[in-house]
Design a binder for this molecule. Structure first.
Ligand SMILES: [Zn+2]
Ligand SMILES: [Zn+2]
Length: 262
């Protein structure tokens, strides 16, 4: 089983359940040594648009304080880290970095749930498309995000549901894998995808990652305390690691060196 995970949500995103304490207690019970919280990051948009699946900007202060208090309280039992999962939205990214700048966020996970941004294009990555141009757009945006140097990991790189030709998929996703390798960004096999039977993790993608030699980590993507110790999904993900000869590392060994100390 895992001993570290950096992909954990809280109720602030309004689609996760339970207290942070419950997640931590369950992680300790499951033998974890490191647990990072990475709730869906706040973003400030234009006009009166308010995102429905991420924490509100005004919740950020309480989020940081809650996690840091627990980090201290549990320091003899488990190492806790404070992060966020965020999209790379070119139009709003500078404002986002300014928003989080006063807070001691240690790491950012890139999770590209939308192309462009959710305000200008509401079709999520998961909605997918058979249009190769759209896949190309997704890959280019993910790569520009990784190149900013702001992110420590790429969550579910295979979130885009492409229903076009496999040849096109391989071509563009190889591009993504090469870019991740060049920028030394670990790619995450997302256990939530396995748990909820989503289109990811996509074996076609992970075969490419094996050929390119990417560093691979597992992300529990916990939205409940029980998710943290999701053994069946872990076993299935290990099957993929073995099938494609993936270079898997514990998240603490791949992400921790990139963590900014509070
Ligand atoms: Zn979520
Ligand atoms: Zn997540």
């Amino acid at each position: 089983m895992l001993i570290s995970n950096f992909h954990t949500h809280t109720t602030r995103c309004r689609h996760a359940e339970g207290t942070e304490r419950e997640y931590i207690e369950n992680a300790i019970k499951g033998g974890f040594r490191v647990l990072g919280f990475s709730d869906h990051a706040p973003y400030v948009f234009e006009g009166d648009y308010y995102s429905t699946f991420r924490m509100r900007p005004e919740a950020l202060e309480d989020y940081c304080k809650t996690i840091l208090d627990l980090k201290d309280e549990y320091k003899n039992d488990i190492e806790i880290h404070l992060g966020l999962e965020a999209e790379y939205y070119p139009r709003f990214f500078d404002a986002f970095l300014r928003l989080i700048e006063p807070y001691p966020i240690e790491y950012l996970i890139q999770g590209q749930h939308f192309i462009g941004n959710e305000l200008d294009d509401r079709r999520g990555s998961l909605a997918g498309s058979d249009d190769e141009e759209r896949l190309k757009k997704y890959v280019t945006q993910v790569c520009r995000g990784m190149e900013t140097g702001a992110f420590s990991c790429l969550a579910h790189p295979d979130v885009f549901a492409f229903s076009g030709s496999e040849e096109g998929y391989i071509k563009h996703m190889r591009e993504l894998c090469l870019c991740a390798k060049k920028n030394d960004i670990p790619l995450e096999i997302n256990l939530l995808g396995i748990r909820t039977k989503r289109i990811y993790p996509n074996p076609v993608f992970w075969k490419i990652a094996g050929e390119v030699g990417n560093t691979v980590v597992f992300g529990v993507d916990a939205h409940t305390a029980e998710d943290v110790t999701d053994n069946p999904s872990f076993e299935e993900a290990m099957g993929m690691v073995n099938a494609f000869g993936l270079n898997r590392k514990e998240a603490k060994d791949a992400i921790l060196p990139r963590v900014r100390r509070v």
